[in-house]
Design a protein around this ligand. Structure first.
Ligand code: THU
Length: 148
């Protein structure tokens, strides 16, 4: 069963956020100047990080979350326990963009999603499913098969 958003160990949340902040420093964001970092915890304990990678052809920018997912899946990880995402400022919440919500939904709709906050904990926890109500996912594709 997937973890509920509130079930993440605070130490794990803080560690993932720290890893996301660390990798954020590698962001290639000369156009937006908006640096993003993500740290994705796989079920087997491995952590896959990602930063945004922009391009002179602006529309080809890769978001941090999708870089992390791509790294993880290409290394054989498909089950995830949690993800942390941070934008440029440590106390300002940066929720994943719509495209990243869709991609994260594929692999971990209910995994805890940790984002920075100015609250006492320094972070808040939600889930992709909460941020993408009525999502189109693998189940919807199966349910729709056979319609021509
Ligand atoms: N960005 C991410 O990396 N993740 C998100 O979920 C939001 C946006 C990046 C894309 C672009 O490089 C910069 O932030 C500004 O949009």
């Amino acid at each position: 069963m997937s973890a509920s958003p509130s079930s993440i160990d605070p130490a794990v949340a803080r560690d993932l956020l720290a890893r996301a902040r660390e990798v954020r420093a590698n962001a290639y964001a000369p156009y937006s100047r908006f640096q993003v970092g993500a740290a994705l915890l796989a079920a087997d304990g491995r952590v896959f990080t990602g930063c945004n990678v922009e391009n002179a052809s602006y529309g080809l920018a890769n978001c941090a979350e999708r870089v992390a997912i791509g790294k993880a899946v290409s290394e054989g990880a498909r089950e995830f326990a949690a993800i942390a995402v941070t934008g440029p400022r440590d106390a300002v919440p940066t929720a994943p963009c719509g495209a990243c919500r869709q991609v994260l939904y594929e692999f971990g709709p209910d995994m805890p999603l940790v984002i920075p906050s100015d609250n006492a904990d320094g972070y808040e926890v939600t889930s992709v499913a909460a941020l993408l109500p009525g999502a189109f996912g693998p189940a919807a594709l199966v349910a729709g098969q056979g319609v021509r």
